[in-house]
Design a binder for this molecule. Sequence first.
Ligand code: FPP
Length: 247
Amino acid sequence: MILKEEILREKLPNHIAIIMDGNGRWAKQKGKDRIFGHKNGVAAVREVTESAAEIGIKYLTLYAFSTENWNRPSKEVNALMSLLVSSISAETKTLMKNKVRLLTIGDTSRLPVKVYKKLEDIIKKTSKNNGLSLVLALSYSSRWEILNAVKNIASEVNRGKIDLNQVNEKFFSNFLCTKKIPDPELLIRTSGEQRISNFLLWQIAYSELYFTNKLWPDFKKEDFYAAILDFQSRERRFGKISEQVNF
Ligand code: FPP
């Protein structure tokens, strides 16, 4: 059965976020080192990005490197950074061809200069593309992002630039890294772990959560479509009752 054909185009989520997990375990199962797992994880990034662009998803956010990931052994951190540069460089043509716009969220000032510059370059190059927006969460953690927003708002209040009464949900959202990005309707996590790990805590207030046992390098187009179909079978009530949302 081809799952893609079952997807209702009029009920597509606008924004899908993914916690790509399980590269290390995937490699271990094969008797290889963790970096081998990350290299194969890149192939899954390509699969999912392609599928998202093909079916018309507007935003795809991938948790590629968390603030906490800086604490991994330096060999692994360096390998992840090199992989990031080599894969985005290798994919630039494809991104342009498919009108994919690259964005990042997170404290990218912590990234090595070479990685930061490469990202800046591709972000600029793809900035006018109007297809899928591919958002890479890099050196990202939600608590960092929220604290940062609170500090910036407090500083503006102190300087008399804003009045505390102006601070409502919409206003606060504009101080987050995702200020121009709609909240995800669907959050996928691979590898069987069922937690959020400091990812988009504010933005997923009403997201549907989808957990799969597949390890990230094994996550293929069909798995992505299965997650979307599962999403489409759910009733999203946003605190209302069933009869209110079905009219
Ligand atoms: C989680 O698996 C994966 C990561 C921390 C990194 C994800 C990075 C990539 C897929 C490669 C580069 C990305 C892009 C966007 C080109 P894990 O290492 O936590 O696995 P484990 O839980 O099994 O140890």
